[in-house]
Design a protein around this ligand. Structure first.
Ligand SMILES: [Mg+2]
Length: 212
Protein backbone atom coordinates (compact mmCIF):
# COMPACT_ATOMS: atom_id res chain seq x y z
CA UNK A 1 0.00 0.00 0.00
CA UNK A 2 2.89 2.38 0.70
CA UNK A 3 5.08 1.59 -2.23
CA UNK A 4 3.29 -0.34 -4.95
CA UNK A 5 2.35 1.39 -8.15
CA UNK A 6 -0.71 -0.87 -8.22
CA UNK A 7 -2.15 0.83 -5.12
CA UNK A 8 -1.51 4.30 -6.55
CA UNK A 9 -3.06 3.34 -9.87
CA UNK A 10 -6.13 1.88 -8.18
CA UNK A 11 -6.61 5.03 -6.08
CA UNK A 12 -6.31 7.24 -9.15
CA UNK A 13 -8.71 4.95 -11.02
CA UNK A 14 -11.36 5.32 -8.29
CA UNK A 15 -10.98 9.10 -8.10
CA UNK A 16 -10.95 9.48 -11.89
CA UNK A 17 -14.15 7.43 -12.23
CA UNK A 18 -15.80 9.56 -9.54
CA UNK A 19 -14.74 12.73 -11.36
CA UNK A 20 -16.08 11.57 -14.71
CA UNK A 21 -19.46 10.77 -13.18
CA UNK A 22 -19.87 14.02 -11.25
CA UNK A 23 -18.77 16.12 -14.24
CA UNK A 24 -21.59 14.59 -16.22
CA UNK A 25 -24.18 14.73 -13.44
CA UNK A 26 -23.67 18.32 -12.28
CA UNK A 27 -23.90 20.12 -15.62
CA UNK A 28 -27.26 21.66 -14.75
CA UNK A 29 -26.57 22.16 -11.02
CA UNK A 30 -26.13 25.65 -9.58
CA UNK A 31 -22.82 26.66 -8.01
CA UNK A 32 -22.79 26.00 -4.27
CA UNK A 33 -25.91 23.82 -4.33
CA UNK A 34 -24.16 20.48 -4.11
CA UNK A 35 -21.27 18.81 -2.39
CA UNK A 36 -19.22 15.69 -2.15
CA UNK A 37 -18.25 13.89 1.05
CA UNK A 38 -14.68 12.69 1.41
CA UNK A 39 -13.29 10.72 4.33
CA UNK A 40 -9.75 11.69 5.37
CA UNK A 41 -7.66 8.77 6.63
CA UNK A 42 -6.60 6.36 3.88
CA UNK A 43 -8.99 8.17 1.55
CA UNK A 44 -7.39 11.60 1.18
CA UNK A 45 -4.41 11.40 3.52
CA UNK A 46 -2.00 8.49 3.61
CA UNK A 47 -0.97 7.61 7.18
CA UNK A 48 1.19 4.66 6.22
CA UNK A 49 4.27 6.31 7.76
CA UNK A 50 2.43 6.18 11.11
CA UNK A 51 1.60 2.50 10.57
CA UNK A 52 5.23 1.84 9.72
CA UNK A 53 6.38 3.54 12.92
CA UNK A 54 3.90 1.54 15.03
CA UNK A 55 5.27 -1.65 13.52
CA UNK A 56 8.88 -0.57 14.02
CA UNK A 57 8.28 0.10 17.70
CA UNK A 58 6.02 -2.91 18.21
CA UNK A 59 3.14 -0.64 19.23
CA UNK A 60 -0.59 -0.97 18.74
CA UNK A 61 -2.65 1.83 17.26
CA UNK A 62 -4.02 4.15 19.94
CA UNK A 63 -5.61 7.56 19.78
CA UNK A 64 -2.82 9.33 21.66
CA UNK A 65 -0.15 8.05 19.26
CA UNK A 66 -2.36 8.78 16.28
CA UNK A 67 -3.11 12.34 17.41
CA UNK A 68 0.63 12.89 17.89
CA UNK A 69 1.17 11.73 14.30
CA UNK A 70 -1.63 14.04 13.08
CA UNK A 71 0.02 16.96 14.90
CA UNK A 72 3.15 16.44 12.79
CA UNK A 73 1.13 17.22 9.63
CA UNK A 74 3.29 14.86 7.58
CA UNK A 75 0.72 12.69 5.83
CA UNK A 76 0.98 12.51 2.05
CA UNK A 77 -2.01 12.81 -0.23
CA UNK A 78 -3.63 9.64 -1.54
CA UNK A 79 -3.00 9.54 -5.32
CA UNK A 80 -5.84 11.10 -7.33
CA UNK A 81 -7.39 13.00 -4.42
CA UNK A 82 -6.03 16.44 -5.33
CA UNK A 83 -7.16 16.17 -8.95
CA UNK A 84 -10.63 15.15 -7.75
CA UNK A 85 -11.14 18.01 -5.28
CA UNK A 86 -9.87 20.50 -7.86
CA UNK A 87 -12.42 19.17 -10.33
CA UNK A 88 -15.26 19.38 -7.76
CA UNK A 89 -14.45 23.06 -7.14
CA UNK A 90 -14.11 23.82 -10.85
CA UNK A 91 -17.57 22.31 -11.42
CA UNK A 92 -19.06 24.54 -8.69
CA UNK A 93 -19.34 21.99 -5.89
CA UNK A 94 -18.17 22.00 -2.28
CA UNK A 95 -16.17 19.48 -0.28
CA UNK A 96 -17.25 18.17 3.13
CA UNK A 97 -14.41 16.31 4.85
CA UNK A 98 -16.30 13.87 7.08
CA UNK A 99 -13.83 12.04 9.31
CA UNK A 100 -13.71 10.46 12.75
CA UNK A 101 -10.43 12.18 13.57
CA UNK A 102 -10.77 13.91 16.95
CA UNK A 103 -12.13 17.44 16.63
CA UNK A 104 -9.15 18.54 18.75
CA UNK A 105 -6.93 17.85 15.72
CA UNK A 106 -8.87 20.21 13.42
CA UNK A 107 -6.15 22.81 12.94
CA UNK A 108 -3.38 20.27 12.30
CA UNK A 109 -5.67 18.34 9.97
CA UNK A 110 -6.53 21.48 8.03
CA UNK A 111 -2.86 22.41 7.72
CA UNK A 112 -1.92 18.93 6.54
CA UNK A 113 -4.71 18.95 3.95
CA UNK A 114 -3.54 22.39 2.79
CA UNK A 115 0.12 21.31 2.62
CA UNK A 116 -0.70 18.58 0.10
CA UNK A 117 -3.06 20.69 -2.01
CA UNK A 118 -6.38 19.34 -0.73
CA UNK A 119 -7.82 22.16 1.40
CA UNK A 120 -9.91 25.14 0.30
CA UNK A 121 -11.39 27.65 2.77
CA UNK A 122 -14.85 26.96 1.31
CA UNK A 123 -14.63 23.38 2.57
CA UNK A 124 -16.22 22.04 5.74
CA UNK A 125 -14.12 20.00 8.14
CA UNK A 126 -16.51 17.70 10.01
CA UNK A 127 -14.52 15.82 12.63
CA UNK A 128 -15.71 13.85 15.64
CA UNK A 129 -16.45 15.90 18.73
CA UNK A 130 -16.13 14.20 22.13
CA UNK A 131 -19.36 12.26 22.54
CA UNK A 132 -20.32 13.73 19.20
CA UNK A 133 -22.40 12.78 16.23
CA UNK A 134 -21.73 9.79 13.97
CA UNK A 135 -20.87 10.35 10.32
CA UNK A 136 -24.51 9.76 9.35
CA UNK A 137 -25.62 12.77 11.46
CA UNK A 138 -22.90 14.94 9.94
CA UNK A 139 -24.09 13.97 6.46
CA UNK A 140 -27.61 15.03 7.46
CA UNK A 141 -26.24 18.44 8.47
CA UNK A 142 -24.87 18.93 4.95
CA UNK A 143 -28.17 17.85 3.39
CA UNK A 144 -30.42 19.89 5.69
CA UNK A 145 -28.24 23.00 5.72
CA UNK A 146 -28.16 23.10 9.52
CA UNK A 147 -25.29 22.61 11.95
CA UNK A 148 -21.53 22.94 11.80
CA UNK A 149 -21.12 20.74 8.76
CA UNK A 150 -23.44 22.82 6.57
CA UNK A 151 -23.03 25.81 4.30
CA UNK A 152 -24.72 28.84 5.86
CA UNK A 153 -28.18 27.39 6.03
CA UNK A 154 -28.20 26.27 2.40
CA UNK A 155 -29.45 22.76 1.70
CA UNK A 156 -26.98 20.73 -0.31
CA UNK A 157 -27.47 17.87 -2.67
CA UNK A 158 -24.81 15.28 -1.77
CA UNK A 159 -23.86 13.60 -4.98
CA UNK A 160 -20.72 11.60 -4.26
CA UNK A 161 -19.06 9.88 -1.32
CA UNK A 162 -15.46 8.70 -1.23
CA UNK A 163 -14.13 6.50 1.58
CA UNK A 164 -12.16 3.43 2.56
CA UNK A 165 -14.65 1.87 5.03
CA UNK A 166 -18.36 1.17 4.55
CA UNK A 167 -19.21 3.63 7.35
CA UNK A 168 -18.10 6.41 5.02
CA UNK A 169 -21.19 5.76 2.89
CA UNK A 170 -24.86 6.47 3.61
CA UNK A 171 -27.07 3.59 4.71
CA UNK A 172 -30.55 3.17 3.21
CA UNK A 173 -32.09 4.70 6.36
CA UNK A 174 -30.40 8.03 5.67
CA UNK A 175 -32.50 8.41 2.52
CA UNK A 176 -29.87 10.26 0.54
CA UNK A 177 -30.84 9.80 -3.13
CA UNK A 178 -29.12 7.01 -5.07
CA UNK A 179 -27.27 5.67 -2.02
CA UNK A 180 -27.77 2.89 0.50
CA UNK A 181 -27.44 -0.12 -1.75
CA UNK A 182 -24.66 -2.10 -3.37
CA UNK A 183 -25.55 -0.65 -6.77
CA UNK A 184 -24.59 2.82 -5.47
CA UNK A 185 -20.93 1.80 -5.67
CA UNK A 186 -19.44 3.17 -8.85
CA UNK A 187 -22.35 5.59 -9.20
CA UNK A 188 -22.49 7.81 -6.08
CA UNK A 189 -20.21 5.85 -3.76
CA UNK A 190 -16.53 5.25 -4.40
CA UNK A 191 -14.56 2.84 -2.22
CA UNK A 192 -10.78 2.93 -1.95
CA UNK A 193 -8.72 -0.06 -0.85
CA UNK A 194 -7.32 -0.20 2.69
CA UNK A 195 -6.35 -3.74 3.62
CA UNK A 196 -4.36 -2.54 6.65
CA UNK A 197 -6.90 -1.70 9.38
CA UNK A 198 -10.49 -1.11 10.38
CA UNK A 199 -13.22 -3.45 9.25
CA UNK A 200 -10.97 -4.66 6.45
CA UNK A 201 -9.06 -6.62 9.10
CA UNK A 202 -11.23 -6.89 12.21
CA UNK A 203 -14.69 -7.92 11.06
CA UNK A 204 -16.13 -10.87 9.22
CA UNK A 205 -18.90 -9.28 7.23
CA UNK A 206 -19.38 -11.49 4.19
CA UNK A 207 -21.45 -14.64 4.19
CA UNK A 208 -20.15 -16.59 1.22
CA UNK A 209 -22.97 -19.14 1.15
CA UNK A 210 -25.53 -16.46 0.36
CA UNK A 211 -23.71 -15.20 -2.68
CA UNK A 212 -24.30 -18.18 -4.93
MG1 LIG B 1 -10.72 6.28 6.41
Amino acid sequence: MRDSEEYATLARQVYRAAGTIIADKTRSFGKGSWSVSIDIDETALDNSAYQLELAAYGQEHNSQAFNAWVARREARAVPGAAEFVNLVRKLGGNVAWISDRDASTAEATRQNLAAVGLWSDDDRLCLKEIGGKPKSARRQEVVSGTGKCSWNGSKHRMIAFVGDQLGDFPSAEEQIPETGSDSAFGSTCFLLPNPTYGRWTNAVTRIFEQEH
